[in-house]
Design a binder for this molecule. Structure first.
Ligand code: SAH
Length: 401
């Protein structure tokens, strides 16, 4: 399947590969479809991802050895479960079977945080006692639709988001009391209402039922506030390696003006801020921008500003104003960047571009544009952010020709 270039295939960098996959695969492997590579040992998975990166990005230069994870299990700090009812009337929670709307019952998952899994199972078991039902998407009736749990691995803080189909929560106080009693580690509970016919988990309306409505985590020595709707990397152990690589590729000297595009809650920008003159962050999600601004204060970073805007439009504006940017970090969603953004890079002509991507296919497309428009690729470093799945994360640095 993968068109591996012989001269580039080296054994992946991995100190003590844990024996997972082959032989002790998850019983839900086929039904769930979340772990596409579970039929391989972890070493084989890394080789597969190395080959996939070479297939898409090998034409731009040498692909360095993928950075694997030492303990590639229970790495997910964010877990979400869909709720439903079997024909026999039993409430179940878990994941949607790939490309269908049937829920596969999940009690525990080898990728997910164990505490989060326990909280979800306990909520499921509590529902009948409180005469609460699971939501039925086809009928648009019932109560609990999803549960989302986020845990700060470094701080231990836990957020539980109860997503319901309607704005009525019978016995709310007692339910909350029982949940907090069963799980003292929970630091905040949010009630989110999502009555729309949508595949999105979270709706617009939310009410904080307990705590302050967010969690904090520590990454690369910085403290970050994370709201329910803000993006935060789901594998913090590997994120430190990912950001470390991105920062190393930028080789900042303290004099640069840096742009952190698609910045989320400002993580990359805040890590870079210590080593740059000033940083500008741009992000579309309002909640994430609000978190990013608070994160700047939390980390006493006075040289960083955040803007809520479409990254492409924002860049066009910067190019029109002829602003000076030395280094651009860009970390777009799976669909990649867009022409207005890439075109503006060609106009603004930053010395360096560091492109972090969770999809090497769209990254290859965008790199091709940049290489035709004044840049050349310098380094390519895949990082395994999502063990057992077929997703590949990759950091690429480009310099002006
Ligand atoms: N760099 C961050 C976030 C990466 S995820 C981190 O490492 O945590 C990609 C981010 O791009 C998300 O926060 C998403 O909300 C944002 N985004 C998606 N489309 C965008 C657009 N058109 N303009 C700006 N930001 C966008």
């Amino acid at each position: 399947m993968d068109n591996r270039k012989k001269n580039q295939s080296r054994p992946p960098r991995q100190s003590t590969p844990k024996k997972v996959g082959k032989g002790n695969a998850c019983p839900l492997y086929k039904k769930c479809g979340g772990c596409q590579l579970q039929n391989m040992t972890y070493e084989e998975q890394l080789s597969f991802k190395q080959a996939k990166t070479i297939k898409y990005l090998g034409r731009f230069g040498h692909v360095e050895e993928i950075i694997g994870m030492e303990q590639p299990c229970h790495y997910r700090n964010k877990v979400q479960a869909a709720f439903g009812t079997t024909r026999g009337g039993k409430i179940i929670s878990g994941v949607y079977q790939s490309s269908s709307h049937n829920i596969v019952l999940v009690d525990e998952c080898m990728l997910e945080d164990k505490t989060a899994d326990k909280i979800i199972v306990d909520i499921r078991n509590m529902l009948p006692k409180f005469k609460l039902t699971a939501y039925n998407e086809d009928m648009g009736k019932g109560f609990l639709r999803h549960v989302l749990v986020k845990r700060g691995f470094a701080t231990g803080q836990v957020m539980v988001v109860l997503v319901t189909g309607s704005g009525i929560f019978p016995g709310k106080k007692d339910f909350l009391k029982a949940l907090l009693k069963a799980h003292e580690e929970i630091t905040t509970v949010i009630w989110n209402i999502n009555s729309a016919k949508t595949s999105l988990v979270l709706g617009k309306r939310e009410e904080i039922l307990y705590g302050n409505g967010y969690i904090e985590d520590i990454l690369c020595g910085k403290r970050f506030r994370i709201s329910a709707k803000s993006f935060y990397q789901i594998n913090p152990t590997q994120t430190e390696k990912l950001y470390g690589t991105a920062i190393e590729f930028a080789s900042l000297t303290g004099k640069e003006t840096v742009l952190d595009a698609y910045c989320g809650i400002g993580t990359i920008g805040l890590v870079a801020a210590d080593k740059a003159k000033q940083v500008i962050g741009v992000e579309l999600n309002e909640d994430a921008v609000r978190d990013a601004k608070i994160n700047a204060r939390l980390n006493s970073a006075g040289n960083i500003r955040f803007f809520c805007a479409d990254a492409g439009r924002f860049m066009v504006g910067m190019a029109e104003e002829d602003e000076k940017v030395d280094v651009v970090f860009m970390d777009p969603p799976r669909a990649g960047s867009d022409i207005p953004f890439l075109k503006s890079i060609a106009t603004l002509r930053p010395e360096k571009v560091v492109y972090v991507s969770c999809n090497v296919e769209t990254q290859a497309r965008d790199l091709a544009y940049l290489c035709k428009n004044g840049y050349k690729v310098k380094r390519i470093q895949p990082v395994d952010m999502f063990p057992h799945t077929n997703h590949v994360e990759c950091v690429v640095s480009l310099v002006r020709k």
